[in-house]
Every structure is written in C-alpha cells, then in structure tokens.
Design a protein around this ligand. Structure first.
Ligand code: ATP
Ligand code: MG
Length: 315
C-alpha cells in the first residue's frame, strides 16, 4: 500500500482509527480501515459506491459500533460532543425555519439558550445562510438544504467534522459556498473528513487522500505522493470503436501502462505525450480500431484510482 509518512515535527493526530471492521450479516462492509487526522487537516475519503465510506464515518462518530478495531481522539475520549456529522441523506425539519433547525440540533447537544443565541447566527453565517435564517427549510434549494445541514452539524462547535458526500446533487453556487465554508473551518483549526465521488474536489480541497475499495484502504497520501506511485506522469485517454490489442499497445516505446477503464475507453500512462500519442494512433489504425476521441494531460487522482483498482471510480 502506498504510504506517505509525516514529518517528525507533526503534532499528535486528533483522530486515530486502527483497523476498523464492520460486517452487515455476511457482507463485510468495512474490512480494514485505518486513518489518522490532525487538527486543521482535511482528509478526503474516496471510493466507489459501496466501498464502505458511510459505514466508516458512522463508526468514527459513534453511530455504529465497530466489530473490531481501535478509535482514539487526542486530549480526551471519542465523544459525540467533539464530532459533527453531515449525513449523506439530508435530515431537516422542512416546516421549521433555518434558525429553528439549527437550534434544535444545538438543543440535542445540550447547548443552553445563551449558547444557542450566540451559535445559531454564527453557524448560519458560516454556511452563507445568514439572510435566510427565518425562512422555512422547505423553501430552500437542494444546495441550500445541504448548507443548512452543515450548519446543524457545526452548532455544538465540534473539533472534527465528518461530511458524507456534501456536494452530491448540489448546484455550482452552493458547491462553491460549501468549499469556502470548509476552507474557513480548516483555517480555524478544525479537522475534516470528506467523502466524495468527485476526484476534482478531493484534488482541490484535501491535504490527504485515503482511497478505499471493498472496505479496505488501498492508498493513503498527499496528492503529490499518490501521483508518484503512477508509472507515468502523463496520461492519454482515447474513446475507441472496436477491440484494441492491449498487449500490442503495452509494447510501444514510451507507453508505461495500458488499461481499459470501460469498454471503448482506453487509458494509457506515457512518458512523453507527443511521441507516444503518435505511436498509439498508428498502432490502433493498424489494428483497424477507430479513434473517436482523444484527450491528454497530466495524470490525476482518477489515474491513481484506475492504477490501484483497475477500475474507473465513476462511469
Ligand atoms: N444498514 C445496512 N445493512 C446492510 N448492508 C449495508 C448497510 N449499510 C451499508 N451496507 C452495505 O455495506 C457496504 C458499504 O456500504 P456504505 O454505505 O458504507 O458504502 P459507501 O462507500 O458509503 O457507498 P456510496 O458511495 O454508495 O454512499 C455496501 O455493500 C452496502 O450494501
Ligand atoms: Mg455512502
């Protein structure tokens, strides 16, 4: 497993999870997940549908008891007071105002009236909903409901915030507002774990990326660290009609890796774009394979995922 070690001066992790496991009946949803997170760090938990991301978050915040493994937080025990969870499914009281929704969550965490008075407007401002505080949740767009759900998870001032696909089905405006919120929280020293299907989001936001597949961690590192594990720094992506001879392509000079991400979608890692592209196109033409689209660029997290799992994260 690729792993990036932290510099020795790094502070003690706020959260450490070691070898967490959870089965639902016969199905091993989480097989072995270990991760560490420091204050002020955002960790992206990436993985395909059913990889065990939500199950992992549920164990981290105490909603679900692990079958095995250890969980620890620095400076005291793991407690609901120290963690906020933004669940994958939006959970709000549609008929209540935004402010009442947040206050309700705060009351569940035992905040006093005076604390609510201070915290509710503050967290609504943090998610960019100060102006809509008195409007009913039912009148909000999907993206605004997401942001309100984040405010609910922040009201008790947790040290660690867990967000389960907070941008799924969210419009671009709310998506940017969510990014701004997360970046501000990070600057304030909060630790965040963020699950997503969107590689570009992980690339943009994450200090560290943990890739899970079938309930196991397959990679853990910074973006730069993960990219270093790729056989080549450049990638070539082709949509083709016909069945290319992958082994023939693997034998071409400058071609370091060849994968069929899905039928008709070729992904190649190459050393130097121009020369390799020319040789690949010639080889495909000789094989009678028609190229319908070609796209190239520096390797991305998408390529790391494909390299490690042999599959595309989406599609
Ligand atoms: N309550 C449950 N009962 C039975 N099986 C479950 C339950 N919750 C999850 N699973 C199974 O556990 C596995 C992991 O699910 P989980 O929801 O943790 O994945 P995920 O990575 O969050 O997926 P997604 O990207 O679709 O949200 C899946 O095979 C799922 O079917
Ligand atoms: Mg999930």
């Amino acid at each position: 497993m690729p792993e990036i070690s932290h510099p020795p001066q790094a502070p003690e992790p706020l959260l450490s999870a070691q070898d967490l496991r959870k089965a639902y009946g016969e199905r091993q949803a989480v097989d072995s997940v270990s991760l560490q997170l420091r204050a002020g760090e955002l960790l992206a938990l990436l993985g395909p549908n059913g990889a065990g991301k939500s199950t992992t978050l549920s164990m981290l915040c105490g909603l679900l008891k692990p079958d095995a493994g250890q969980l620890a937080m620095a400076g005291g025990g793991v407690s609901a007071q120290r963690i906020g969870l933004v669940p994958q499914e939006i959970a709000l009281f549609e008929e209540l105002s935004a402010a009442r929704n947040v206050a309700l969550f705060g009351a569940l965490y035992g905040l006093t009236r005076a604390q609510l008075h201070e915290r509710v407007p503050r967290v609504l401002a943090q998610v960019g909903l100060a102006e809509r505080a008195q409007d009913r949740a039912a009148t909000f767009s999907g993206g605004m409901k997401r942001r309100l759900n984040i405010a609910c998870a922040l009201v008790h001032a947790p040290e660690l915030l867990l967000l389960d696909e907070p941008t799924a089905g969210v419009d671009p405006h709310s998506r940017n507002a969510i990014f701004d919120t997360l970046e501000a929280l990070k600057r304030d020293g909060m630790a965040l774990i963020y699950t997503t299907h969107y590689m570009e989001e992980a690339e943009r936001l994450a200090d560290r990326i943990v890739i899970v597949d079938h309930g196991r961690v397959v990679a853990d590192g910074t973006l730069a660290g993960l990219l270093q594990h790729l056989p080549a720094a450049q990638r070539l992506r082709l949509d083709v009609a016909g069945a290319p001879d992958l082994d023939a392509l693997r034998g071409l000079p400058g071609v370091r890796s060849v994968a069929l991400a899905r039928p008709g979608r070729l992904e190649l890692g190459v050393d130097e774009l121009a020369g390799a592209a020319q040789r690949v196109l010639q080889a495909l033409a000789a094989q009678g394979v028609r190229v319908e689209q070609i796209d190239s660029g520096r390797a991305t997290l998408e390529d790391v995922f494909l390299h490690l799992t042999g599959r595309a994260l989406r599609d």
